[in-house]
Design a protein around this ligand. Structure first.
Ligand code: GLC
Length: 639
């Protein structure tokens, strides 16, 4: 089974949020389940700058979208058994940031179109394209659109994963033909329309074969107006194909016993390293070095759905407790100002860093005692899982993925792995903060066992990847790939019974040398990708001739199927392109200057305004029709 995971960000290449973490770890976990997995993402400037030498140039082609015909380069990089394809167009992606431009709709329209139109160059014809959030929401729509005319697209199934329904890709109707190159029928029959706007997320939910939310609770919540940002009726209508699959975290990357970013390593059996990390954190943040004062941590984007107004409401009540507090994050001005002010009110007890820092966040996860996450809504949330992995006990609201990963502490039977409250109410939050602080100070042994239960949780991708595989099987009708798990099933996040001997409880062995991780390392995925019969079929396309100089291509060109394929009208059209001869140069890079379509597009782009109320396009465009067009990533890589 072949899965192409389409995403607008993925660790370690580019990241603005949790999507990147998921896209950076789920594909490898799928590969470990025996699924052939490739990822496709835009070739942003920062990717080229950091990974340029590792990128392998494959070929280029032109992507037709509405009246534009745009260059698209294809690059490849192989990592941890997963093939990463990068789609290059400097006008769209050679920019300092990933998002926030007035032409974001056009940029990701191009990306989605290019994913579909560049498929035959990838030597990887997928059974399923797994799309993520609004940036790739046009892919299921384009596949349906193209599928009407070209049979080869009809067999591809799609999964749409909703990481956050707040961002839907909303635009005015004029974009349908002019920007996305879609027939007006998509508007007329209402598929792409929602409350008078074009709404890409809504159309993708309708068109995809399966829709997933990033936690089971979020999948349920999406049927209600409070969470669905206007799409609740669509989600209810599509409930038959909607499921929730809990995200995992990269258990190897986030391992307190091996993490290189923290001051001292530790395990659940021996938490002494955590005490050192706490002292280090207090030094770093200018807090009093008090080993017995619990540190409450917040590591979060400082935005309203994270529930920060609850913290603001009862901040002084929290600080009346014998606690210290650290906050790391950036975001809305109001919260940045509040936490900066809060720090000035409690010197030595409260420290805020308005920043995004991987190193500091790890120092906080390892050095803090309690992790506060009172989100108003939380599709999944990864930081509570990371905190638990580092023995930092979460205090969360029972919502979305927080509800699915944190189970309330029950003193009477010594169970649970955190503190939770249900209503979005600062008094309720304060109540459980007091409980947590009380347990920390007065019942140290119980608190230590609570920490150990947190650390014993299985937050690996193993189980969730299996659920995705079941979904892929369901929509393709294919059997699950054969693979051997080394362990029958993932352990529950919270043991039913308290561990009799926490110091050497049964959880400990799980913390090191996870079976999933072992499987991930060194899996020979790639050889599988090149030698398959499907690829041989694809290789016969005229486009492959462009690649003729490359070793892989040479292997593929001799196959008998090719003759059959070259006769197709579509292909014939492609071979007739005037640009094709240029492509036969083995290492030749296309000269983008002189592309007839570039100039008109640049003008048009400049004139366009975002029409959507909730479009991510918040800021003015950086530049348009820029010099960026003139030079490709390939050119630079060549230098
Ligand atoms: C989004 C959600 C977050 C989730 C992440 C990864 O950022 O807000 O809850 O964990 O996506 O799916």
């Amino acid at each position: 089974m072949k899965i192409l995971y389409a995403t607008s960000e993925a660790v370690p290449f580019c990241k603005t949020g949790g999507l990147a973490d998921v896209a950076g770890s789920l594909p490898a976990a799928l590969a470990a389940q025996g699924v052939e997995t490739a990822v496709v993402l835009p070739l942003y400037r920062r990717v080229r700058e950091q990974f340029g030498p590792e990128l392998e140039y494959l070929c280029y082609d032109y992507v037709d979208l509405a009246w534009r015909r745009s260059y698209c380069g294809l690059f490849r990089l192989i990592r941890d058994g997963v093939t990463y394809y990068f789609l290059d167009n400097e006008q769209y992606f050679n920019r300092p940031a990933l998002y926030g431009y007035m032409d974001d709709g056009e940029r990701f329209g191009f990306f989605s179109r290019a994913v579909v139109r560049m498929l035959h160059h990838m030597a990887f014809w997928p059974d399923v394209i797994h799309c993520n959030d609004w940036q790739t929401a046009l892919i299921p729509i384009y596949l349906k659109d193209d599928g009407v005319r070209e049979e080869r697209f009809r067999s591809i199934r799609t999964v749409m994963t909703i990481h956050n329904i707040e961002y839907q890709g909303r635009y005015g109707t004029e974009v349908v033909g002019d920007l996305f190159g879609l027939d007006h029928g998509w508007v007329d029959d209402g598929t792409i329309m929602m409350d008078g706007d074009v709404n890409l997320m809504k159309a993708a939910v309708l068109c995809a074969d399966a829709v997933t939310a990033v936690s089971p609770s979020y999948a349920e919540e999406l049927k209600y107006a409070f969470f669905a940002h206007g799409l609740e009726s669509v989600m209810r209508r599509c409930a038959y194909k909607l499921s929730g699959v809990l995200n995992g975290i990269d258990m190897k990357r986030y391992d307190p016993a091996a993490d290189q970013l923290i001051a001292a390593n530790y395990s659940a059996a021996d938490l002494s390293g955590k005490a050192k990390d706490k002292a280090e954190l207090q030094r770093m943040m200018g807090l009093r070095e008090e080993p017995d004062t619990p540190i409450i941590a917040v590591v979060s984007r400082l935005v309203s759905h994270k529930g920060l107004d609850l913290i603001r409401e009862v901040f002084h009540d929290i600080m009346e407790l014998p606690v210290q507090m650290v906050v790391l994050g950036q975001g809305d001005q109001q919260y940045q100002e509040f936490f900066t002010w809060a720090q000035s009110q409690y010197p030595g007890r409260m420290a805020a860093r308005i920043d995004y820092s991987e190193a500091l966040s790890m120092a906080i996860y390892s050095g803090a005692d309690l992790f506060l996450m009172p989100s108003k809504s939380e599709p999944c949330g990864l930081s509570q899982m990371i905190a638990m992995r580092y023995g930092t006990v979460p205090i969360v609201r029972e919502v979305g993925g927080l509800k699915d990963t944190v189970h309330p502490y029950e003193a009477w039977r010594d169970a649970g792995n955190g503190f939770t409250f249900a209503a979005y109410n600062s008094g309720d939050m304060l109540f459980v903060i007091r409980q947590a602080v009380g347990l920390y100070r007065d019942y140290q042994e119980q608190f230590r066992r609570l920490q150990q239960r947190c650390m014993a949780g299985d937050f690996s991708w193993g189980r969730s990847a299996g659920e995705y595989v079941r979904i892929y099987c369901g929509i393709t009708g294919q059997p699950a790939p054969q693979f051997q798990r080394e362990e029958p099933a993932a352990a529950p996040a919270q043991p039913e019974e308290p561990p009799a001997q926490p110091e050497k409880g049964p959880e400990q062995p799980k913390l090191t040398g996870k079976p999933e991780q072992a499987k991930l390392a060194g899996k020979p995925e790639q050889p599988k990708l090149t030698g398959k019969p499907e690829q041989a079929k694809l290789a016969g396309k005229p486009e492959q001739a462009k690649l003729a100089g490359k070793p892989e291509q040479a292997k593929l060109t001799g196959k008998p199927k090719q003759a059959k394929l070259t006769g197709k009208p579509e292909r014939a059209k492609l071979t007739a392109k005037p640009d094709q001869p240029k492509l036969t140069e083995t290492a030749g890079q296309p000269a983008q200057s002189g592309e007839p379509e570039k100039k008109p597009r640049a003008k048009k782009t400049a004139a366009r305004k975002p029409a959507g109320k909730k479009s991510a396009a918040a800021k003015p465009a950086a530049k348009k029709g820029s010099a960026a067009e003139k030079k490709t990533a390939a050119d630079k890589a060549k230098e």
